[in-house]
Write a protein that binds this ligand. Structure first.
Ligand code: PLP
Length: 423
């Protein structure tokens, strides 16, 4: 087996010298040492699901080997230990995104569930017929469809803020769409299809001037940039563990404490109640009010370990490394004949969407897979983005801090082979 660790250029070595030891980082990820179709794996699909370091895998195994029990309900040692581990992960998630207190963090299944939770609790309580929900043209379907469902349920109207051809939100248009009827503004911090980083502070300021509540989809932001929900002044903020090098099946919803406290519960069941009689049920305190039933405890513990891992690398070092790699990859793709980048915003993180003239993205993806290169092809759950550009799909190479310039070089070589085959 040829180790992918061996794939490095002089500039990769330069980064090692400059303080971000990408080769050491790669050795933390067992899957990056494997081969696919006989080639060292080149994983360029982290926007779909990021890979998981040994520290996270080990934490989950350790939890099951030593601590597994249901949480919050037991007086026995294992239950107390499991509860402490789970609650410590909540506190780590709060610190990660600058929440003022752990109670502002609700464990959910995913970013998708986090957004649905807000739509079906806070928003459903506050929206009347004729009110408006403002989303943007570049949202992932999980930040569109929950709002469409809400509109169907309440008679509210969905408005869409447009973007320009670089894939940047048009803030002038955004401002025009905001008004007294706008109750919810739902916007992604980083676009999964284009990589655009949106100016969330400007959006929350404008939205709050009109009295709207801002729900930020942070699924693609938290793994790549420093997030501070207080600086952003987000009312709600959603992200997923599996895009943050943690296990699947866990996500987090941040909400400002007073908002959470005033909201109706989401699902009913165990844990979310204070007392139950057939006549009247009263609800638990925030955040437990929103966490009915037994959660993904091991997943939460794993997310805690992922946060520790990322903190160990340092988000500033990660941002600097990824910015450089994105720049390198952008130049490399721009220099590749017949490749067109889709999404050329001035502020971007981690994502390169592109098309190869005359070749369907699925054919590109299938051929790259033969070279061990994993990219995503399709509409990336962002069909309105594809509609904007008049295309059905793109190829998407998405980066994380474990990718190298050598892998980008290999991508380009493989793309040239695709062009030869389809010439
Ligand atoms: N929002 C964005 C921007 C995403 O990229 C994704 C997933 O790709 C989601 C939301 C949904 O995340 P999940 O599938 O983890 O719920």
């Amino acid at each position: 087996m040829t180790s992918a660790i061996g794939r490095q250029t002089e500039t990769d070595r330069g980064h090692t010298a400059a303080g971000f030891d990408v080769l050491a980082v790669r050795s933390d990820f067992p899957i990056l040492q494997t081969t696919v179709n006989g080639k060292p794996l080149i994983y360029l699909d982290s926007a779909a699901t990021a890979q998981t370091p040994s520290a996270v895998i080990d934490a989950v195994v350790r939890y099951y080997n030593n601590d597994n029990a249901n949480i919050h309900r037991g007086v026995h040692t294992l239950s107390v230990r499991a509860t402490n581990m789970y609650e410590s992960a909540r506190a780590k998630a709060a610190a990660l995104i600058g929440a003022k207190r752990p109670e502002e963090m609700i464990f959910v299944r995913s970013a998708t569930e986090a957004i649905n939770l807000v739509a079906q609790t806070y928003a459903r309580d506050h929206i009347k017929p004729g009110d408006e929900v403002l989303v943007s043209e570049m949202e992932h379907h999980s930040n569109i469809v929950p709002w469409q469902l809400l509109c169907e349920q309440t008679g509210a109207v969905l408005r869409v803020a447009p973007m320009n051809d670089a894939g940047e939100l048009r803030l002038d248009e955004y401002e025009h769409l905001l008004g007294a009827r706008t109750k919810i503004v739902a916007v992604t911090q980083v676009s999964n299809a284009l990589g655009t980083i949106n100016p969330i502070c400007d959006i929350t300021r404008m939205a709050h001037e009109h009295g709207a509540c801002v729900v930020v989809d942070g699924a693609q932001a938290v793994p790549h940039i420093k997030v501070d929900v207080c600086e952003l002044d987000a009312d709600f903020y959603a992200f997923s563990s599996h895009k943050f090098f943690g296990p699947t099946g866990v996500g987090m919803l941040y909400g400002k404490f007073d908002l959470l406290n005033s909201m109706s519960p989401y699902q009913g069941g165990g844990e979310m109640i204070r007392s139950v009689t057939f006549e009247k049920t009263t609800y638990n305190d925030v955040p437990h009010k929103f966490e009915a039933g037994t959660p993904n405890i091991a997943g939460g513990v794993g997310l805690g370990a992922a946060i520790d891992y990322v903190n160990g690398l340092g988000i500033e070092a990660i941002v600097a490394y990824e910015d450089d790699l994105l720049d390198y990859a952008t130049q490399a793709l721009l220099a590749t004949p017949k490749v067109t980048l889709v999404g050329t915003a001035a502020q971007k993180a981690g994502v390169l969407s592109f098309n190869v003239d005359g070749v369907h993205p699925h054919d590109v993806g299938t051929m790259l897979d033969q070279d061990g290169i994993a990219i995503r092809t399709g509409h990336h759950c962002a069909q309105p983005v594809m509609d904007h550009f008049g295309i059905p799909a793109t190829c998407r190479a998405s980066l994380a801090f474990y990718n190298t310039r050598a892998e980008i070089d290999a991508l380009v070589v493989s793309l040239r082979k695709v062009q030869e085959v389809f010439a």
